[in-house]
Design a protein around this ligand. Sequence first.
Ligand SMILES: *Cc1c(COP(=O)(O)O)cnc(C)c1O
Length: 433
Amino acid sequence: MSEAPRREFGFETRMLHAGHVPDALVGARAVPIYQTTSYVFDDAETAAQLFELKQYGNIYTRIGNPTTAVFEERLASLENATGAVAVASGMAAQFVALMTLLSPGDEIVASSHLYGGTVTQLTHTFRKLSIGVRFVDPTRLEHWEAVITPRTRALYGETVGNPRGSILDLEPLAALANLHRVPLIIDNTFATPYLCRPIDWGATIVLHSATKFIGGHGTSIGGAVLESGKFDYGHVPAIADPSPSYHGLRFFDTFGHYGFLMKVRAETVRDTGACLSPTNAFLLLQGLETLSIRMDRHTSNALGVARFLRDHPAVSWVAYAGLEDHPEHGLARKYLGGRPGAVFSFGLKAAADDARAAGRRFIDALQLFSHLANVGDARSLVIHPASTTHQQLSEEELSRCGVAPEMIRLSVGLETLEDLLWDLDQALHATSG
Ligand SMILES: *Cc1c(COP(=O)(O)O)cnc(C)c1O
């Protein structure tokens, strides 16, 4: 009998199939929702083995769940990662990844072009844990190099930085992280694995807010931590040293390249309780199954909107790296095939003392774009960062994050492009008129 032929499946095939075979019991083709908190053990011996991490299996949904496991495996396949741990939100993904790696007194170096909530979490919550963060202008490698110290435990950035849509130069940054033997952590939320796979460029840990384009429908909050399986944690005390909460288990020695993720799941998620619900895992899987088709449409609509705004007399600037004349277009081509997602900002033409008010007039005049604090919905969204998402930041933090008072951030959805252009045009007239 000859062996069945095998094939490396393409991205779209893995979007639909990775991590799941139809249920042997009832033959369900879709991924079932295992809405259960706990699982019956086969016998006392198996239960003991599971608790000691000597055998893989389900114990309690805070630590693992079969529906969630399909979501994890599928996302890991799409990101070319060794595995994934799904969690309650993007904020939880950041928190558990960093909590797993860091100890009091450690530091990280982070890009300053980050999601506002991330800046707040890193600055204030991690400070309470005596973990320091040094923010750098991410556009020049020297800025990163200049603040790395012997206490630096990770470099941190976003593929497409919020809110200005700046593109991180991943390859040299990964080389720098490698030189200093620290992991490079990349939040790939705005790009999604369809447009960019940071692990292919040398990143160690990839984070997602699955709330955004992965879910894609604006229904469910979720997140994930993924790992390359290529980093040597032998010298990282938090992963290599004996764990007091597992009778001295050494995660890196025992689980090798899966050691970091095992520790994320079996310790940090167990202890913080930041697990994803099975129903949300199911809803996020519905999104993942059409990711490529939606991202094609999101990015073609985004380019159409960006070109329209660039040529509009009531607009002073457009920061979309998909435009050929954007200074980071070369980076967008290298890392994202020239399609840097569908979230970007532009500036209203307004007198300095009227900029904030003009922002509010514009948002109130829009009819189709929804004014809300989210991105990556199938519907088009708009926000005025200076008065909302970045409001908690001081004036100085604001300018360091690249937020101007006249700045409007768009998340371009899947609607008919001409309808979006009509809405923007009528609102721009109402603002300047
Ligand atoms: C939304 C977002 C987060 C936080 O994710 P939640 O799912 O809202 O907790 C983190 N990073 C980026 C880039 C985001 O867009």
